[in-house]
Design a binder for this molecule. Structure first.
Ligand code: CP
Length: 305
């Protein structure tokens, strides 16, 4: 693993190693494995959880974080992605974390810079560290995901979170199903390689995990839904609909949550919710990813110590 570009690239062995490393990081406050290194957070899209948790992870590993926000940079004057990255690379960072609206940007960067590149979300393509922290949270709450039923509910068609989760969960033996209105599923849902249904009631009773996805309000001017109220009425995880879940089933959401749209506040803040566990675990998993791509031998030695 020189880079982390996509969950699709990870083998089950690599995923297990990252989970083991994250678990080990949960036992310490900090682990200065990357002391003296500088890591750039190159964010061309907004973020709260991913950018901040990478920054916390960088600090806990003893490295320095350099935060770049496109909105206050020379990108606003028209500088290209590659020029921006080349100029930042010239300052000598040891790794670049990138979020960009265009699918494939991290791959493109990895071919043009000499340091490790980590994908923090690229367009509709992938969000691999989100799926890794989701897996960590599921294992923490439910144990091995092999054979567990994971239902992903929401805007599947536009979701990089869904895509990365499908790759990781299938590799780890989970049984995955997606649910959305037809306009928020890919045109041929079978291409996802998982079960699908158009109504949540068909899937909720069997779920061990329900992962609600954000309705991307910024895209709704394309009229993929007749109205948000209709989405909430038929696909939202309301308190009533959550009553269909079996005891022990958990609710996840990558955030930010549109409260009262895809998820009722009572469910988001209720006993089944592991949403804030996801956020906490994001730091551990991102520590594992950074230490793995930047100095795996040192990480392995530390894990054995
Ligand atoms: N889950 C996630 O990617 O959240 P942010 O957009 O806040 O980083």
């Amino acid at each position: 693993m020189k880079h982390l570009l996509a969950a699709a690239d990870l083998s089950p062995t690599e995923i297990r190693f990252l989970m083991d490393a994250a678990k080990k990081f949960s036992t310490v406050d900090s682990a200065p494995l990357l002391q003296g290194k500088t890591i750039v957070n190159l964010f061309f899209e907004n973020s709260t959880r991913t950018r901040t948790s990478f920054e916390v992870a960088i600090r806990k590993l003893g490295a320095g974080a350099l935060n770049f926000a496109a909105s206050t940079s020379s990108v606003a004057k028209g500088e290209t992605l590659i020029d921006t990255a080349k100029n930042i690379e010239a300052m000598g960072p040891h790794a670049i974390i990138v979020r960009h609206a265009s699918a494939g940007s991290p791959l493109f960067l990895s071919k043009n810079v000499s340091v490790p590149v980590i994908n923090a979300g690229d367009g509709f393509h992938e969000h691999p560290t989100q799926a890794l922290l989701d897996l960590y949270t599921m294992e923490e709450k439910l144990g091995d995901v092999k054979g567990k039923r994971v239902v992903i509910l929401g805007d599947i068609a536009h979701s990089r979170v869904a895509r990365s989760n499908i790759h990781i969960l299938r590799k780890m033996g989970a049984s995955v199903a997606v649910c959305a209105p037809p306009t928020l599923l890919p045109p041929v849902p079978e291409t996802l390689g998982v079960d699908f249904a158009y109504r949540p009631e068909e899937l909720l009773r069997e779920a061990d995990v329900v992962m609600c996805l954000r309705i991307q309000l910024e895209r709704q001017n394309r009229m993929q839904l007749p109205s948000l109220a209709e989405y909430t009425a038929f696909w939202g995880l309301s308190r009533e609909r959550a009553k269909l879940l079996k005891p022990g089933a958990i609710v996840l959401h990558p955030g930010p949550v549109n409260r009262g749209v895809e998820l009722d506040t009572e469910v988001a803040d209720g006993p089944r919710s592991a949403i804030l566990n996801q956020v906490y675990n994001g730091v551990l998993v991102r520590m594992a990813v950074l230490a793995t791509v930047m100095d795996r031998p040192k990480l392995e030695k530390w894990m054995k110590g």
